[in-house]
Structure formats: structure tokens, C-alpha cells
Ligand binder design. Sequence first.
Ligand SMILES: [Zn+2]
Length: 299
Amino acid sequence: MMMIDPHVHMTSRTTDDYQAMSDAGVVAVIEPAFWLGQPRTEAGSFKDYFSSLIGWERFRASQFGIRHYCTIGLNSKEANNDALAAQVMELLPLFVLKEGVVGIGEIGYDDQTPAEDKYYRLQLELAKEHNLPVQIHTPHRDKKSGTIRSMEVCLEHGIDPSMVIVDHNNEETVRDVLDRGFWAAFTIYPSTKMGNERMVEIVKQYGSNRIMVNSAADWGKSDALAVPKTASLMLEKGIAKEDVRMVCYQNALDSFGKSGQIKESDWITTIDQRERFSGNSILRGGQTPTVEEKGNVIQ
Ligand SMILES: [Zn+2]
């Protein structure tokens, strides 16, 4: 089964993760722009980070047969540095229309401060202007009220719910998100809030319509194989293959596909590790490049 992980911070992951994801059937990933585990102090750091998301990281993924996309935005944590945030807003238009950018993200609320609200709204306007999907990070504290507020502000700005992927849902928020017509994404966190056994129950209860799973794997304790593992568990627990395909593949493709930047014909069929990006390769001294036909269909 082909899978997409529509929220994963590959910048923080190793080549072993890419290899394991590729072996498990992940054909594409979407990397939302986020913070780096600590706040940046210069706008130039954002510029180089955004450049790496559409440059080196995309190349690195391709070397393992995975197509890499990203969403570009100012994250809610760093929106609280008002002076820097204003400079980042000026950078965003330079990146949002680049090849492989499938939306504005991840944006939204963290502590639900006035500064977060200001930059969330400005970026919703940017998404509307360019007709791009929005990938929303919902707060981990005051989850339910923060999630509802995130959606209400979208509606206030005239954003069509079918253009918005609301992330980090749980049992308390899913009904509100689906009822309002938004996409409901679930992050599978190992040994905490949202394990994949709970995800199985959610799909059993709510079906596969407008629901998707992701790993949100980053620098913290997380699992880059969360999507394939959840797909396997869902099949084991008797969820129909078509529903698993919707939740682990098709819904991510359909929602972010509204950008016009992601389609099945993009999937990589030949891995050629002799390739270079700006003269740089993923190979280190003396390693033999893999060159192989990957094929489109992974069983
Ligand atoms: Zn994230």
C-alpha cells in the first residue's frame, strides 16, 4: 500500500528514517515549516530554512525514493517575537509559490496570544490571496477551545473549510472539525496522547471521510514510521483496506492537492544516488550509490 505522511519534520531526521519510510511504502512526505527546537534570532535564519525545505531536503528525500513537499509559514511559537515576525511575513511571498509548496503551514495558535492571533490572520489572508491550502497546528493546551477558535477565525476570513487541514486532533475535537467541513488530521504520538490504538477506534467510529494520520516526527521523541504502523494496525483490527488507503494516503493527496502542486504522477520511480544537489551528494567517502527502478506500486 502506498502511503503519504502529510506532517513530518524530515530536517530533523536521519537517512535511516528515510530508508525505513521508503521500505514501508511511504511515497511522499509533507514537511510543514516549524521552529527548530529553539527560537531563531534573525530573519535570515528563516530564509535559509525555507530554502532548505524546497532545496536540499527535497533532494535528500528523492535519494530514498520519497517525494518531498512542504508548507511554508511562520509558526505560532515564533510569532510571539513581533519584530522578527514582521520580517518573516515579508519573506513568505517569496516562497509560497515555489514548486512543491502545497500550502501555508504550520500556522495557528500555541499559547493563543494576541501576537499569535495577528500573524495567524495575516497568513490566512496570504493563503486566500494565493488560493493555497492551510495546515493548522492546534494548541496542545486548551486543545478544544483553541481548535474551535482556529476554525472560526478561518471562517471569519472567508476561507473555505475544504482548503483547511486542522492538525493534532483527538477524540475531543474530531466531531467539531468534521461537522464544520474541515479536514481532520491526527498526529500519532508514541507513548502519549494519541497512540495508534486510539486512532483505530476513531476510524471505526467516524469512518475515513476527511480524516488523515501523520507522524509529526521531529527532534523530539517521535516515530517516523507512525503512518505505516497505523495502517498495519488498522488492517489488523479489521478496518477495510479502502478506508486505510483514504486515511493514510488519499485524503492527504486530495486536500493538499488543491494547491495544484502534488499529484500521483510525481512519485519517484527511479532512485539514482549518483545525483547531486548544488554539487553535494548524500554519499560519504567511498559509499556505493544505489541506482534502481523503484516502481510505482508498492504492495
Ligand atoms: Zn509539526
